[in-house]
Design a binder for this molecule. Structure first.
Ligand code: ADP
Ligand code: ADP
Ligand code: ZN
Length: 213
């Protein structure tokens, strides 16, 4: 199953991806996580991407497309994958189509988690991510079982540098101007499904699983 989770920053894509990994036993491909790992490793690509990320701007398409091309070629993607946070621009979506067609595979579904802007600031400023595995929690809406400890791998929970009220504004602007046009793109491809992402985490999971069965 080749899936994509779509939605604004903070819509809940990473949170829901964790349930799909368990249910379908396919990997989550988060370009955000890959970029943060490159920053932690201080690679040239990571250092270049960091400038854009810290300002809440999108990283250039050429960098992102290169990341995805390498990642989809890895053997764990053979049975399928969950794209999370990619594509975010029309050129990225077009490159993905080309890449997948070369691999003789296609997208089964794009699941959009619809969350209005007014919910997003609270979600992002309260988000805590695992420093080891990237899992996402929320101090109020989705707390970890033990404070500051990841439920999945016991890693330490931290606040992302870009998760502050200032960058949220530019990230939402980037979403509306550069990413939202993909709704039309995937609707035309007949793979676009919308869910109410404002419900509780477990409710959204139920709706998502239903939409896939
Ligand atoms: P969020 O879902 O909160 O926006 P992500 O982890 O998906 O967080 O992305 C963090 C940052 O990484 C983005 O603000 C952007 O700078 C960069 N990024 C991630 N994925 C992409 C992408 N597909 N295209 C361009 N930039 C990206
Ligand atoms: P994305 O990957 O789309 O940027 P995340 O999955 O990281 O979003 O979720 C953003 C924040 O909102 C996290 O702190 C997460 O715990 C929280 N969250 C996710 N889903 C919900 C939900 N349905 N209701 C309330 N908070 C949620
Ligand atoms: Zn973890």
């Amino acid at each position: 199953m080749n899936l994509m989770l779509f939605g604004a920053p903070g819509a809940g894509k990473g949170t829901q991806a964790k349930f799909l990994i368990e249910k379908y036993n396919i990997p989550q491909i988060s370009t955000g996580d890959i970029l943060r790992a490159a920053i932690a490793d201080k690679t040239d690509m990571g250092m270049e991407a960091k400038k854009f990320m810290d300002e809440g701007k999108l990283v250039p398409d050429s960098t992102i497309i290169g990341i995805i091309k390498d990642r989809l070629a890895e053997s764990d993607c053979k049975e399928g994958f969950i794209l999370d946070g990619f594509p975010r621009t029309l050129p990225q979506a077009e490159s993905l189509n080309e890449l997948m067609s070369n691999m003789e595979i296609s997208l089964d579904k794009v699941i959009s988690l619809n969350v209005p802007d007014e919910f997003i600031v609270g979600r992002i400023t309260g988000r805590r991510i695992c420093s080891k595995c990237g899992a996402s929690f929320h101090v109020e809406f989705n707390p970890s079982k033990e404070e500051n400890v990841c439920d999945y791998c016991s890693g330490e929970l931290i606040t992302r540098k870009d998760d502050n009220a200032e960058t949220v504004k530019s990230r939402l602007e980037a979403y509306h101007s550069q990413t939202a046009p993909l709704i039309d793109f995937y609707t035309k491809m007949n793979v676009f499904t919308e869910l109410d992402g404002t419900k509780d985490v477990s409710e959204v999971t139920k709706d998502m699983i239903n939409s896939l069965s």
